[in-house]
Design a binder for this molecule. Structure first.
Ligand SMILES: Cc1cc2nc3c(=O)[nH]c(=O)nc-3n(C[C@H](O)[C@H](O)[C@H](O)COP(=O)(O)O)c2cc1C
Length: 344
């Protein structure tokens, strides 16, 4: 008897996912997002298959999750098809996630130059073989791929994705950029719209979703079945819920007030410190806190204080004071998006 869930994660509607992000969508942040956006699909950070096979403790921690994080997809990468298959088998045996995703989008040189991540797009046969081996060992857990439009050609994804679908991939996510595109290069939704009908599987779209209006627009314009949000969701778990609401025609919640932002930022800080220790946990949170508190007149001044402290207690106290203040204006929507690096 197979344990295939009745509804695969990608059959949910509306379909809104928090993208896999290295050092962001970890065991500390995912539960925070789940507490705000109960329906969102969550992904782990991309995880090296061979690290799992060699039983590296640090790597296994990347694929650990709690039940409340479901539906959760574990993302893996490597250039070696047998290793990918074996790693998939181990993950399913130990954790049985709701999905397994193969990363074919990471442009970072040390990954892509050896034919993993986005480098895999250059070798459709190896990509398909990798998918086949993952499917073989996945024991019914659905297998998907996350890729880009191409390395240099914005139609390249069609051939690779089709090969992977024929090999058993049940879902495809496309980051609407080319391999060399900097994060500041606008995602090309027109190019995405052109490739979606050519792929014989449900396609989720990714790239430049910063608001619930963007999510609605991407689905209308490109024909994707759902949206995946990366940078827009860093320190902004509310965006996932807002997208979910807008896509299902519900009234969208008011933007979170200062108190709510401070409360959630503190919870995230505490979880980060708990999992990584105080120094690393606090320092890593600085950039993220900047997003949590963005858009108010005193945001910058608050952040300047945050970057002067290295303790959890002081950071939390600054956030608490931010949450309680009532005299520094209300939220101002801004188009100035942080240019965090896009790794995938
Ligand atoms: C900090 C950071 C880490 C990332 N790590 C991964 C990763 O582990 N796996 C992956 O497939 N993509 C990764 N990406 C790429 C995102 O998933 C996404 O494809 C990209 O940021 C485009 O979406 P956006 O325009 O909404 O940011 C990362 C992006 C960022 C900003």
């Amino acid at each position: 008897m197979s344990n295939v869930p009745e509804q695969a994660w990608f059959d949910r509607r509306p379909l809104v996912a928090l993208a896999p992000m290295e050092a962001v969508t970890d065991i500390a942040y995912r539960p925070v997002v789940r507490s705000i956006a109960p329906e969102a699909i969550l992904y782990t950070e991309f995880t090296p298959a061979r690290g799992l096979i060699h039983q590296a403790k640090r790597v296994w921690q990347m694929v650990e999750f709690s039940e409340m994080e479901r539906p959760l997809v574990v993302q893996i990468y490597d250039n070696d098809a047998p290793s990918l298959g074996d790693a998939a088998g181990l993950i399913v045996k130990h954790h049985r996630p709701d999905g397994l995703d193969l990363n074919m989008g990471c442009p970072v040189r040390k990954v892509a130059n050896r034919g993993a991540g986005c480098g895999m797009m250059a070798f459709p046969e190896n990509a398909a073989d990798s998918v086949r081996r993952i499917v073989d060992q996945a024991d019914g857990v659905p297998v998907s791929i996350k890729t880009r439009l191409g390395i240099k050609d914005k139609q390249q994804v069609i051939e690779v994705a089709q090969a992977c679908v024929e090999a058993g991939a049940q879902q495809v996510t496309i980051h609407a950029r080319l391999k060399a595109d900097r994060p500041r290069v606008p995602a090309d939704w027109d190019a995405l719209a052109r490739v979606v009908p050519e792929i014989n599987a449900p396609v989720m779209g990714n790239g430049d979703i910063w608001s619930e209006e963007d999510a609605v627009r991407m689905i209308d314009q490109t024909g994707v079945i759902g949206v995946m949000i990366a940078r827009g969701g860093i320190g902004n778990p509310w965006l996932l819920k807002r997208c979910q609401q807008a896509l299902s025609g519900q009234t969208v919640d008011a933007l979170p007030d200062r108190e709510e932002r401070a409360r959630v930022a503190i919870a995230h800080l505490q979880a980060n410190v708990e999992t990584k220790g105080e120094r690393r946990g606090v320092l890593e949170m600085r950039k993220v806190i900047r997003n949590y508190i963005k858009g108010f007149r005193d945001s910058k001044a608050t952040w300047m204080k945050i970057i002067e402290t290295e303790t959890e207690l002081e950071t939390a106290a600054i956030l608490e004071a931010f949450g309680k203040r009532t005299d520094s204006g209300t939220y101002v929507e801004s188009d100035d998006h942080d240019s965090a690096p896009t790794a995938g």
